[in-house]
Design a binder for this molecule. Structure first.
Ligand code: NAD
Length: 534
């Protein structure tokens, strides 16, 4: 690795904040250092959601480029995995500092590509920094060789060794591009792997910017390569060359990836969709519940996998709660520009707007009541949709069970804790849940009965997501495997058991018969029964 030059601004030609019509080629070109594209690639123009105008022009990778990206990563990976893990960890810790230093540029780019409010982009930037710090500090201990009790105490010495998988393919979505494009790569790299990243096409520049900071932090060239293109075109080629796949996206595509990985007998981690519920108990602080629920359902304009689309309220407090939430939603500022000040941003695309509108229109046509919102806001921006709260949603309406992934939540009522838990669990998904209550013990007891990978008490998603030492992921149709914690790192390794046998072996010793040896073993097993096993 080379000595590091002082950090330069990631964006050197930034227009005034608030006046970004597009990401100019002069900004994109230097960030393409980690991209693998041919000499005269086809190009594609992405759309800036705030305005509907041009966001960036990007070169497109071909299947051959994907193969080349893997070959380069495979070459670089050998030397990288030979480095002491603490040296690899230093790259993550330096990256942490660079992300914080360069946050203004990263937020500008991410807002331009996604149309999200800066407060949402800022939340994911914090996640990116915290994850690099967490694995940079805690990761080396998790990867260290482990002594495990051997079959014969003292006579069998056994060690567990963690080898990197090789080259990990990461396919990441558009909704949290600062966080999801790199935070899953960080533990893969720390474990000694190379990475080929296929970020969502719409948010490729954000990913390239972050990878350029990783290079500046000391990551060797060629170890993490970005391929650019549409998921259905490039995704199968990424899976074809990977030794392990990390995918974040819908359950529908997760199933396709799982099939491809199954064919190749490689592992995968799938972070998929959700239809999450927040339960507001009778004793909950209603003002606080309205604040938490506003963030839970409308952060990132509802395009948040662990966000809440179902608000379950105790029937005795629903009439008091609803006006508090409606007032908050109607006060949300919608400001279509790069910079601070907006409470909620735009949807990412015309496709997403179409899906959200279709869900709400279907519900309204079948009798749902709109408490606030319920329509697109073209007067604000081409893909904006009003923060929407519905009541009277029934199972024949699509948004009752399907993930809407927009700024739309529905109120349901319950009478007992048991009923609330049953309603929360009445979904094919199992990603995230929440209980709001003044009785924390009762809330924690209910949490155990909610079948989701994470449950928050008196928060909706940040408490569990941000607890980086604990695994995060989905039960049921919400996924396979976990990110965060030890599981989020060790999944990128191939465990190997090395046992050294001393003095006696497994055959009958000293001229004893097999029967005598079996008898001796039986006596030994009985005396060893109380020995602690690790
Ligand atoms: P999607 O599954 O359609 O797309 C996700 C990504 O996969 C995109 O970048 C897309 O280009 C790519 N893709 C599409 N087809 C592919 C294929 N055949 N092979 C490989 N890649 C392919 O999902 P979306 O609607 O764009 O994203 C929103 C979904 O992602 C929601 O369901 C949301 O809940 C989920 N999500 C989950 C998490 C999580 O951590 N559980 C986080 C963010 C988003």
């Amino acid at each position: 690795m080379t000595a590091q030059a002082p950090s330069r601004p990631l964006v050197t030609s930034a227009p005034e904040p608030g006046a970004w019509p597009a990401l100019p080629d002069s900004l994109v070109a230097p960030l393409l250092r980690s991209a693998v594209v041919g000499p005269s690639p086809a190009t594609v123009r992405t759309v800036a959601p705030f305005t509907g105008d041009h966001a960036a022009t990007l070169p497109i990778s071909t299947p051959d480029d994907v193969a080349h990206a893997f070959a380069m990563a495979r070459r670089a990976q050998r030397a990288w995995s030979d480095l002491p893990v603490k040296q690899r960890a230093r790259v993550l810790l330096r990256f942490h500092d660079l992300v914080l230093e360069q946050q203004a540029s990263i937020l500008d780019i991410a807002q331009t590509e996604t149309g999200k409010a800066r407060r949402d982009a800022s939340e994911e930037l914090a996640d990116c920094a915290l994850t690099s710090r967490y694995y940079g500090i805690a990761g080396p201990r998790m990867l260290a060789d482990e002594r495990v009790q051997g079959v014969f105490p003292v006579l069998t010495q056994t060690r567990l060794v963690h080898h990197p998988k090789g080259v990990v393919g990461i396919i990441s979505p558009w909704n949290y591009p600062i966080s999801l494009a790199v935070t899953d790569a960080l533990p893969a790299l720390l474990a000694g792997n190379g990475v080929v990243l296929r970020p969502d096409l719409q948010t490729t520049v954000t990913a390239l910017g972050l990878v350029s900071l990783l290079l500046e932090a000391g990551l060797p060239e060629g170890l993490l390569n970005v391929v650019i293109g549409d998921g259905p075109d490039l995704g199968p080629h990424v899976v074809e060359h990977s030794d392990y796949v990390m995918f974040t996206g819908s359950t529908r595509v997760g199933r396709i990836i799982a099939q491809q990985c199954g064919e190749r007998l490689i592992g995968c981690s799938l972070e998929l969709g959700g239809k999450n519920a927040v339960i507001i108990r009778e004793d909950a602080d209603l003002e606080r519940s309205a604040e938490i629920t506003e963030r839970a359902s409308f952060a990132n304009a509802g395009q948040l996998c662990i966000g809440t689309e179902r608000i379950l309220v105790h029937e005795s407090v629903v009439e008091a709660f609803v006006p508090l939430l409606v007032a908050r939603l109607e006060a949300l500022r919608l400001v279509p520009k790069v910079g601070w000040g907006a409470g909620m941003g735009s949807l990412i695309s015309a496709k997403q707007l179409e899906k959200v509108s279709a869900h709400v229109d279907d519900a309204v046509a079948k009798g749902a009541l709109v408490l606030t919102g319920g329509r697109p806001l073209p007067e604000v921006g081409p893909f904006y949709y009003a923060p929407t709260l519905l009541r009277g949603v029934t199972p024949e309406m699509a948004l009752c069970r399907e993930e809407t992934f927009g700024p739309v939540a529905s109120i349901y009522t319950f009478r007992t804790d048991d009923e609330a838990v049953a309603m929360a669990n009445d979904t094919e998904y199992g990603l995230n849940g929440a209980v709001l209550t003044r009785d924390v013990r009762a809330g924690a007891a209910m949490a155990r009965r909610i079948m989701t990978g994470t449950v928050n008490v008196n928060e909706a998603y940040g408490a569990a997501w941000g607890s980086l030492g604990a695994p995060m992921g989905g039960m049921k149709a919400s996924g396979l495997g976990r990110r965060h914690g030890e599981e989020g790192l060790i999944k990128y390794t191939e465990p190997q058991t090395i046992s050294v046998q001393r003095l006696i072996g497994f055959g009958a010793p000293f001229g004893r018969t097999d029967e005598q040896w079996a008898g001796l073993m039986t006596t030994a097993f009985r005396s060893l029964k109380t020995l602690r096993v690790k």
